[in-house]
Design a protein around this ligand. Structure first.
Ligand code: URA
Length: 242
């Protein structure tokens, strides 16, 4: 999406989640919409997003939306799962945007930490494609003490998880306590961290994603449930391997 693109006023506002095309007609009659400081005349008027004001306000992220978000423990990333959706943390209007805001991969319900969301399908694909080797780091707290052989097993490239057809790619583990570790993954399988520790006879009690590439939850300084917008280029630069 670019700032210079022109499109129908009703389409623009409905795709940004403001309301239906019918609502836009109503707002024009009420004199609530201006285009280049003149009252809007028609729903079919061709406009650029930057020229439009609704009740005197510029439009909300008309050029697309990309966020970094601190997912709290207890919410779910997908409409298909039961439970409170992460989308409850964002303005309600964003739920009606087209294209929709989607998470880049998922964190499971009991996992907290860094999550990227975007309405840019190409960016989403770039960030999830194995071709771009974007690592993810998890802080893990375990039920039982580490036994000492986990680093070797996880880095071997031979660990098979139940139900999978291929072994896990080598992953780097650093011990940070008797029952604590950091694990860097280079792929994203279903409940991968929990399943990797289950495969070595342990149980993950607390799981937090601390980094995506070099982007860290600490530097973002977001409390659980908080988010900030970020430009795609800056995000790609931060998460891509050097
Ligand atoms: N591994 C998990 O087990 N859960 C996640 O949410 C992410 C990685």
């Amino acid at each position: 999406m670019s700032r210079s693109k022109t499109e129908r006023l009703d389409r623009l506002l409905s795709n940004l989640g403001y309301g239906s095309r019918k609502d836009v007609g109503y707002w024009i009659k009420e004199g609530l919409i201006s285009v280049d400081d003149q009252l809007a005349k028609s729903v079919s008027q061709k406009v650029t997003a930057e020229s439009v004001r609704l009740e005197g306000e510029p439009l909300d992220h008309p050029d697309g939306l990309t966020l970094i978000y601190h997912k709290p423990r207890g919410s779910v990333c997908s409409h298909k799962e039961m439970g409170l959706l992460i989308y409850a943390d964002f303005p309600e209007r964003w739920g009606d945007r087209k294209p929709p805001l989607s998470s880049v991969g998922r964190l499971d319900k009991e996992t907290s930490g860094l999550l990227i969301l975007t309405d840019d399908g190409h960016l989403n694909h770039h960030l999830t494609s194995p071709k771009h080797h974007i690592s993810k780091t998890y802080a893990v707290r375990l039920d039982s003490p580490l036994s000492g052989n986990e680093q070797e097993i996880f880095s071997s490239g031979r660990l098979m998880l139940e139900g999978d057809e291929k072994p896990c790619l080598p992953a780097e583990m650093t011990v940070s306590g008797e029952k604590e570790a950091l694990l860097v993954l280079h792929e994203g399988r279903y409940h991968q961290v929990r399943r990797m520790f289950a495969a070595v006879g342990n149980h993950v009690t607390t799981l937090t994603r601390t980094h995506i590439g070099a982007l860290s939850l600490d530097e973002a300084a977001l409390a659980p449930g908080e988010y900030q917008t970020i430009e795609s280029e800056a995000l790609i630069a931060r998460v891509s391997p050097k």
